[in-house]
Design a protein around this ligand. Structure first.
Ligand SMILES: Nc1ncnc2c1ncn2[C@@H]1O[C@H](COP(=O)(O)OP(=O)(O)O)[C@@H](O)[C@H]1O
Ligand SMILES: O=C(O)C1=C[C@@H](OP(=O)(O)O)[C@@H](O)[C@H](O)C1
Ligand SMILES: [Mg+2]
Length: 189
């Protein structure tokens, strides 16, 4: 296993939880959005506005391919990483994937003053989050090995729960039902 991967909608806590999880596991923390911003030399929001979403997705796909081949790490992705089939395959086959799930209303509460998320700079961001949830929840579930409910628990508690999952199943091989396994069929590795 090379990467412990966090996926989920904007505001789910991928960056925040991933950083703390990496610290606990003494693994490097990598955020694919941060890698992209470092390479671009500008923010993702600025790049989205200048070049459009498809150009961002091309870059994101290349970065995810590269990072999932790299050394062991905790890898937090951008919320749209699961849109490309190649990303879904690479993340699931090369990593241990946690879907951080939260309801659109919780995400809206966390992000309503955040101006860095390009897809949410619209008149009705809650409606947009509901649309994103409807479109992407099946893709997150298809990609994930574990689903973690993130609406109420603190970041620290979430990290504890993820560490417990990793201890239950350290090899990445399914060991029967543990209550929060993603119902997405047999493991592929
Ligand atoms: N479990 C949580 N409880 C409360 N606030 C959270 C939780 N997880 C993340 N946050 C807050 O939500 C916001 C978005 O978190 P972030 O890590 O940037 O999400 P993502 O990377 O998934 O978009 C941040 O302000 C963060 O502090
Ligand atoms: O949901 C998305 O499509 C996106 C989410 C962002 O990351 P966060 O999930 O960390 O906001 C970032 O990758 C980009 O703005 C696109
Ligand atoms: Mg993030």
């Amino acid at each position: 296993m090379s990467a412990i991967v966090l996926i989920g909608l904007p505001g789910a806590g991928k960056t925040t939880v991933g950083r703390q999880l990496a610290r606990r596991l003494q693994l490097p923390f990598v955020d694919s959005d941060q890698v992209i911003e470092d390479r671009l030399g500008c923010t993702i929001r600025a790049f989205f506005e200048r070049e459009g979403e498809p150009a961002f997705r091309d870059l994101e796909e290349a970065v995810i391919d590269e990072l999932t081949r790299g050394p062991a790490c905790v890898l937090s992705t951008g919320g749209g990483a699961v849109l490309r089939p190649a990303n879904r395959r690479h993340l699931r086959e090369r990593g241990r994937v946690f879907y951080l799930r939260a309801a659109p209303e919780d995400l809206f509460r966390r992000l309503r003053h955040d101006r860095t998320r390009p897809l949410l700079q619209v008149a009705d961001p809650l409606r947009r989050l509901r649309e994103l949830y409807a479109a992407r929840d099946p893709l997150y579930r298809e990609t994930a090995h574990h689903v973690v409910e993130t609406g109420r628990p603190s970041v620290t508690l979430l990290v504890h729960r993820m560490l417990a999952q990793l201890e239950l199943d350290p090899s990445g091989v399914a060991q029967g039902s543990s209550g929060d396994e993603a119902p997405s069929g047999p493991r592929e590795k």
